[in-house]
Design a protein around this ligand. Structure first.
Ligand SMILES: [Ca+2]
Ligand SMILES: [Ca+2]
Length: 471
């Protein structure tokens, strides 16, 4: 049998708002179909809940503290090959469509440049250049008043900017974090993910079945803000029906101040209607991205490539939608650090004991595990020093030792250790004033009660403190 292809699909800022993950409102029929043919990891954690560092760690198989990419501007400079580079060094054709390493959204997507890409990873690359925030359609920035007039003004400027002109939007808020919603009225090829899927389909057709095996990475930018999606994606959701996260009175009182930086009251200042509109924008963006995943999977089937292609679907990190009044990312709470992960391994790839892939694994896994996993499935020898471990046994249904698995997540100023039972977080530098959080995820999956100061849990807290100091 020919060596297996890899189709590596990544979404941006997608939490587990997938119908297959039990989400009550968001609809993702295509990802649900992929899940039927693959293994869903229900406890997968990113290494850093921010685009650049998370992506660099996935692609290098190294923790951010090792590869030194701990900000969005960070460029990967390592001695070992990246994941696609390993495939490329071993006779694979490798391609990238859209955002795989960091690109600023919407900035780099509007100018069409490659962000902090890693050139040695790829034979072929396609960046996206579309209007994003300024896409024709009904636009609103729920964090501004009178945003419609502001956007009209910007669209005029965009039109007169001249080819290749740099264009920045400045009105006091940062475009990479404003809740901007655009119900677009343009063809799919003028939307970031529609364009990216179209390019990826062209590449799949070129590859066909008679060439070198491929590693094709397709990076969608939704549901990252701005929430730009076609009208049809928005039609599936009504503002009034959007269910806001329940936040009990006094929920934030037991959280250290560093953990509350993304709180609505201090940062986003959205009223309930703005929040409902944001939820609708997020879910519409997820559904649009899901539709693009469907186009890729249908093309794999049409080209008869499915039987020898490993499909991975993952997001770079999660996203808060109002839990604990938090929004967006860069928090160590569950919604920000947990990601959807679906891996579909075709029959042509044999698993230990000739077993078939399990449909679900609840093992705690980390995104640095993807590199050794894909290397192993393609029978390539990974470089020494990778910090993750192969998920092949978990895909084959082996849950042995699952209770001992630990995920290590960091963010500026904080660390999190996650096991199947506990979530432990430390904010602040060692020796300085530190503040801790400890949640019993079996009894309190919504992380409402911080147990770090509970006398009966001091032993557990101590164990985590000492585990972290050794990492
Ligand atoms: Ca991201
Ligand atoms: Ca609380």
């Amino acid at each position: 049998m020919a060596r297996p292809n890899v189709l590596f699909i990544m979404a941006d800022d997608l939490n587990s708002a997938l119908s297959g993950y039990g989400h009550p409102q968001c609809k993702t029929p295509n990802l649900d179909k992929l899940a039927l043919r693959g293994t869903t990891f229900t406890r997968a954690y990113c290494q850093y809940p921010l685009c650049g560092p998370s992506r660099a760690s996935i692609m290098s198989g190294l923790y951010p503290m090792t590869n030194k990419v701990t900000s969005n501007g960070g460029v990967l400079k390592i001695d070992t090959p990246t994941m696609p580079e390993l495939f490329r060094n071993n006779g694979y054709w490798t391609g990238r469509c859209g955002k795989i390493y960091h690109m600023g959204v919407p900035g780099n997507i509007m100018t069409g440049d490659p962000g902090t890409d890693h050139a040695a990873s790829w034979d072929v690359t396609h960046n996206v250049r579309v209007m994003e925030t300024l896409t024709p359609g009904k636009a609103e920035d729920v964090m501004l008043t009178d945003s419609t007039a502001i956007y009209e003004e910007y669209r005029k400027k965009w039109k007169s900017r001249g080819e290749g002109g740099v264009f920045t939007i400045k009105h006091g808020n940062h475009q990479g974090s404003d809740m901007v919603i655009v119900e677009a009225t343009v063809p799919d090829a003028e939307l970031a993910d529609g364009y990216t899927a179209g390019k990826a389909i062209e590449l799949l057709r070129e590859r066909g079945t008679d060439k070198k095996p491929f590693f094709l990475a397709v990076g969608f930018v939704r549901p990252h803000v701005p929430f730009v999606a076609p009208e049809r994606s928005f039609k599936q959701y009504r503002v009034e029906a959007m269910k806001l996260a329940e936040v009990p009175e006094g929920d934030l009182d037991d959280m250290p101040s560093a953990a509350k930086q993304q709180a609505n009251a201090s940062k986003y200042k959205m009223d309930e209607n703005d929040q409902r509109k944001s939820l609708r924008g997020y879910y519409a963006s997820v559904s649009y991205m899901d539709e693009q995943v469907g186009r890729l999977l249908d093309e794999l089937d049409a080209l008869k490539l499915r039987d020898n292609t490993i499909v991975v679907f993952v997001s770079d990190h999660g996203f808060h939608l109002g839990e604990h009044t938090l929004w967006q990312k860069q928090s160590l709470m569950e919604e920000s650090v947990r990601v959807p992960l679906i891996m579909s391994v075709p029959k042509s790839v044999s698993l230990p004991g000739n077993r078939r892939p399990t449909t679900k694994s609840s093992r705690v896994v980390e995104l640095i595990d993807l590199y050794p996993t894909l290397a192993s499935l393609a029978a390539l020898k990974p470089p020494d020093g990778l910090e993750g471990e192969s998920l092949v046994p978990a895909i084959a249904g082996d849950e042995q030792g699952a209770e001992d698995e630990v995920a290590l997540i960091q963010v500026r100023g904080g660390w999190c250790l996650r096991t199947s039972k506990w979530a432990f977080m430390r904010y602040g530098k060692q020796g300085a004033t530190t503040e801790f959080m400890l949640y019993d995820m079996e009894k309190d999956s919504r992380q409402l009660t911080n147990l770090a100061n509970a006398p009966e849990h001091q032993m557990v807290l101590q164990q985590f403190k000492s585990m972290l100091s050794k990492m």
